[in-house]
Design a protein around this ligand. Structure first.
Ligand code: SAM
Length: 278
């Protein structure tokens, strides 16, 4: 449900989606921004996926696959049999064909989206951007083959609600609000992943959190700087931060004064019972 604020200098948030008002794949450098997130988190993701057993013989589904780094590493590092990589825009996936990787352009929230069942169903930094996240957890669990695993990763923000106001926390808070207003992004429910997976009928549910160090010049610092720059209009529209604050926060990220905790990534998983009821 979109919020509406009118009045002079106000704004009328749209009922938009990821890739429309912000994070448009047509915008130059969007693939590089996604890759900075991947550089930050791929090792943790691949370690978890392979520990869960993703390996030879596995057929995998990666949803909202972005530039395809996880899908490609599942093949090259995990040695899985095949990965179906789905995205609303597959330009980065098809740009670099990889044996075993099939790209499918689709909206995963579409009622008729049902590409089959897979031993691994994975989505990272995707459901937090979907207003239908609750329904999607249930739906994605139906795409897991009996005995397979659903693995969901999303952002978890451990500090900005309570931390003192600095350029960093001010703009980070404004970013979450701006993204919520424009494309529906919401990370407030993300810590509930274990309960959501259990409620979807999955078993042996567990979760872990990885928080990357926010060091000047690090991939995660460059990721947030690039993200704030791209979401600048949505951030400023909240009136929680102005252009000067965004610039100050970007400078802060790259300065020796930077002393803050980045949002992290929760990875949660649950297993589909072998004898799943129909
Ligand atoms: C933040 S990026 C994450 C990319 C990748 N999973 C990663 O972690 O590097 C979110 C991705 O989800 C895709 N996406 C967003 N909404 C989608 C939808 N409804 N259907 C399919 N893909 C979607 C976007 O196009 C984008 O590639």
């Amino acid at each position: 449900m979109s919020k509406s604020r009118g009045g002079e200098g106000g704004y009328t948030p749209r009922d938009g989606h990821y890739g429309e008002a912000v994070f448009r794949p047509e915008q130059a450098g969007e693939d590089d921004r996604i890759d900075l997130g991947a550089l930050t988190y791929d090792d943790a993701t691949l370690t978890r996926l392979t520990k869960l057993g993703a390996g030879p013989g596995w057929h995998c589904l990666d949803l909202g696959a972005g530039t395809g780094t996880v899908a490609r590493r599942l093949l090259s590092q995990g040695g899985v049999a095949a990965v179906l990589a789905v995205d609303r825009d597959v330009r980065y996936l098809t740009a670099r064909p990889t044996p075993g990787l099939t790209a499918l352009e689709a909206d995963i929230t579409a009622p008729d989206f049902g590409p089959g069942q897979f031993q691994l169903v994975h989505a990272r930094f995707v459901l937090m951007h979907l207003r239908s996240w609750q329904r999607m957890v249930t739906k994605l669990s139906t795409l897991v083959a009996p005995g397979g695993v659903l693995v969901l990763g999303d952002a978890i923000d451990l500090t900005t609600a309570t931390a003192p106001t600095t350029p960093y926390t001010q703009v980070m808070r404004a970013m979450w609000q701006g993204l919520k207003d424009t494309i529906g992004t919401d990370v407030s429910w993300v810590p509930d992943y274990p309960q959501l997976l259990r409620a979807a009928g999955l078993e042996s549910v567990a979760a872990e959190i990885h928080v990357p160090p926010l060091l000047p010049g690090s991939p995660i610092s460059r990721f947030w700087a690039g993200t704030w720059d791209r979401a600048r209009e949505s951030i400023v529209a909240t009136r929680l931060a102005d252009e000067a604050a965004v610039d100050a926060a970007i400078r802060y990220l790259d300065s020796p004064d930077c002393a803050a905790l980045s949002p992290g990534m929760i990875t949660a998983w649950g297993w589909k019972p072998e004898e799943a009821s129909p």
